[in-house]
Design a binder for this molecule. Structure first.
Ligand code: NG1
Ligand code: ZN
Length: 530
């Protein structure tokens, strides 16, 4: 049985502040770092139970992604590198909010409800971002793991997607790759080199890419990885953590939401640049044109670039493999229209939050999913993967085999467990060089509809209830009708409201034929929310 004394003894060292209630949301727990010690300890405990139940290694990642440096957070990673199962999110919330004297009872209840075999061994792997608070908080996770007699391996500083990869490797007998950070670099760099071989070995001059690393973990890991990559790809890192505060006026979230250059990067006209977020699972591209105008290339354009590349390869391979793209309500209307009408690719819309997109993307042979904010990846079904690997080995037709080999490289280059800025960046760079596309040509595939996002503070954001993948409000009564009337006033317009899953706000999104109109519509919809 569980050692009650050990749990109690350690528990007292990780006391819960009175009255604090937190929720395991779309991004796990996230709040001010100094409120999280008890949560970390308890997530260590919970990870042990999940590991015993699944008889697998479970991951615990300490990060608050794009949030300010003072914040922190924690997420559990399930056996195949996926997000934690929904029923366990509830257990996590319950455990995090239990009063001290009830922690043991909550653990016992979870064991009972989930039929956890307490004799089973538990293995937990832990990672953390570069926040000043992360080291101590990950130590609290370890305290929780050891209090329940679990074993652990602390990978220390890693990106979120690296820990997802490592969990998957641990549970699949190395089939997904070697369960080390070096193993990850080897896997990605080999796939990248193979995919770009013909082009880069043609004596092409080097291709420069400027990367804003949000003063986070991405810089550290890119520096480690750099010497695995071909010299022709020359990466120039900015906001590499040597100075400047994490995510402060920089990073993917800043660039996406402010639609301007991050601080700390120097750009010349038409130079290709990108930004990672604080834990390196999001990426957006951008450039300044000759007139000094900023051009954002967001997750939607990344999805479009990747899916058109994959569609061409599939056509050459000639197998009946189906590709689909998954987006959220935040996808720019032009991207959806381009994908559906020009590319003739089926597009699906899910609720906000990576787990929803990931889940939907699993329904296709090849599922490409991206949030507009730059979090996304590509999933290959087992059938598709087997077929592609077989064709890459055995297909007699030279052209077909080459296409299959390139698809195989993409399978190995993309992180199928979760969106990964490093892996996404390498795939984008490979596609651009293979297709001979400049950043302007990529940007010009379609023109984004002007849009505006606003936050509205309300007494209780949960009074808003939505349907149709969050695109329509069903409550409060009359709100959707009001939005419909406002939308009718503008051309090429669309608007919706939804309660945020990560902040205490209601988010408003509007699109229209001009920036002025998108701004107006967003403001009018905001007023309708009150
Ligand atoms: P919320 O706060 O529920 O809108 C935000 C992002 C999501 C996702 C999560 C998790 C937007 C509009 N929303 O969710 O896409 O990334 O954070 O980090 O970008
Ligand atoms: Zn992130």
């Amino acid at each position: 049985d569980m050692d009650l004394n050990a749990i109690t003894k350690f528990s007292a060292l990780h006391a819960k502040p009175d009255g604090l209630i937190l929720q395991y949301g779309t991004a796990g727990f996230r709040t001010k770092a100094n409120c999280l010690d008890h949560v970390m300890y308890r997530m260590g405990l919970l990870a042990v139970l999940r590991s015993k139940q699944t008889k697998s290694t479970i991951g615990v990642m300490v990060t608050a992604s794009h949030n300010p440096e003072e914040d922190n957070g924690v997420k559990l990673i399930d056996p195949l590198g996926e997000m934690l199962a929904p029923s366990w999110e509830e257990h996590a919330t319950c455990l995090a909010n239990a009063e001290e004297q009830n922690v043991h009872a909550v653990l016992a209840e979870i064991c009972h409800r989930e039929a956890v075999n307490q004799q089973q061994k538990a293995m937990i792997i832990i990672g953390r971002d570069t926040r000043p608070s992360s080291e101590k908080l990950s130590q609290s996770v370890i305290d929780g793991v050891t209090a329940l007699g679990g074993q652990y391996h602390d990978y220390g500083l890693v990106t979120t997607p690296q820990l997802h990869y490592l969990v998957c490797c641990q549970n699949t007998n190395g089939q997904y790759g070697k369960a080390t950070v070096e193993g990850y670099y080897q896997k990605l760099s080999k796939a990248f080199v193979d995919l770009t071989k013909q082009t880069f070995s043609n004596g092409n001059e080097s291709r420069a890419l400027k990367i804003d690393c949000a003063s986070g973990i991405g810089a550290l890991k890119l520096k480690e990885m750099e010497h695995y990559l071909p010299r022709e790809l020359s990466l120039h890192l900015f906001n590499d953590g040597s100075k400047g505060k994490l995510n402060h006026l920089c990073g993917a979230d800043f660039v996406k939401s402010h639609q301007k250059l991050p601080l700390g990067i120097e750009v010349k006209p038409n130079e290709r640049c990108c930004s990672f977020d604080g834990d390196a699972d999001r990426i957006v591209y951008y450039y300044n044109d000759a007139a000094g105008h900023f051009h954002l290339i967001d997750g939607d354009k990344i999805a479009t670039l990747i899916s058109s590349f994959l569609k061409e390869l599939l056509l050459e391979v000639g197998e009946n493999l189906k590709i689909g793209v998954v987006q959220t309500a935040y996808a720019n209307g032009s991207s959806t229209q381009y994908l559906e009408e020009i590319m003739k690719v089926p597009v699906h819309c899910t609720k906000t939050g990576v787990k929803h997109l990931h889940h939907k993307a699993q329904e296709f042979d090849i599922g490409v999913y991206f949030e507009a904010n730059g979090h996304g990846t590509v999933l290959f079904s087992k059938t598709a993967e087997t077929k592609i690997r077989q064709l890459a080995k055995e297909e007699m037709d030279e052209k077909k085999r080459k296409a299959a080999m390139m698809l195989e490289n993409v399978i190995d280059l993309i992180n199928q467990t979760v969106g990964d800025a490093i892996s996404d960046m390498l795939l984008v760079e490979a596609i651009l060089v293979l297709k001979g596309l400049s950043v302007q040509q990529w940007d010009g595939i379609y023109t984004d509809l002007p849009n505006r996002q606003l936050k509205v503070m309300v007494a209780d954001r949960q009074v808003i209830d939505t349907t149709d993948a969050e695109r329509r409000a069903v409550r409060p009564v009359g709100l959707q009708e009001a939005i419909d009337d406002l939308v009718k006033k503008y051309r090429s317009s669309r608007a919706f409201v939804r309660p945020s899953g990560t902040e205490d706000v209601v988010r408003v999104y509007a699109e229209a034929d001009s920036q002025e109109n998108a701004d107006k519509l967003a403001t009018e919809v905001s007023l309708a929310v009150f």
